[in-house]
Write a protein that binds this ligand. Sequence first.
Ligand SMILES: C[S@@+](CC[C@H](N)C(=O)[O-])C[C@H]1O[C@@H](n2cnc3c(N)ncnc32)[C@H](O)[C@@H]1O
Length: 259
Amino acid sequence: MNRTTFLSAIAHTVAAVLRSPVLKAYIRARPMYRGTSFRAFREGTLMETMDRYSVPDTKGRIIHWAARYDVLAWLLLLGRERAFRERLVHLACLESGQSVLDIGCGTGSLAIAAKKQVGPSGMVQGIDASPEMIARARKKATRASVDVAFTHGVVEALPFPDGQFDAVLSTLMLHHLPGETRQQCAREMHRVLKPGGRVLAVDFGGSAGRRRGLIAHFHRHGRVDVHDIVRLLSEAGFEIVESGPLGLRDMNYVLGTAR
Ligand SMILES: C[S@@+](CC[C@H](N)C(=O)[O-])C[C@H]1O[C@@H](n2cnc3c(N)ncnc32)[C@H](O)[C@@H]1O
């Protein structure tokens, strides 16, 4: 190989490396992945891609705009999100050492609050069909220095064994599922709970037509009547302990135990 051919081969290799989509993505995402080597980033990207294709399809409405979702939650909860999440944790009667699953966990705020309640001897998992939500939830848990396992998956086919959890939480998620998927989800919640385990379901209940403003704009599709949640959970094998308005916006809650 003469000198010209050799230099031209090197130039081609460098150009090919610079054109690599993974390298371009790494350069773009560098501020977010500060301290991560290119190799770790590339492996993480491949893992995320594999993860994306291994999750079953869903008819649920997935939210991909994770950062904007947190802004919306802040507006919806008038800047008092932490107090709201802590209230739900107490409503679900979570205790130290318990194992908890948050389904349709979004950006992980409730799962993080749950982990603070169950402590180091407890275990909290969150699951969501949106890879963007899961990525943001993981980042928030790391920032809060709490150990919560976030899984990319669907609530109608939970990737957990029977009878694993003491409590399952579902907030503002059921209205994202069409009827049959919602029933599958309720059966799955029951399956993964220990006998006597608790379910807490919270959702918007008021008439969508009556809502106004920004929140109404984002949630014009979303409501589940509290009686429908009671029926859904009863049919899936839960005994209803209490239900009613949460006293915030038009949210209702239903608390049940697995028979
Ligand atoms: C309105 S958000 C609620 C998030 C969170 N629970 C909260 O209280 O902020 C509904 C979430 O359900 C997720 N979702 C919709 N369908 C789903 C499914 N079939 N399986 C898992 N997650 C689903 C969406 O991606 C979204 O993150």
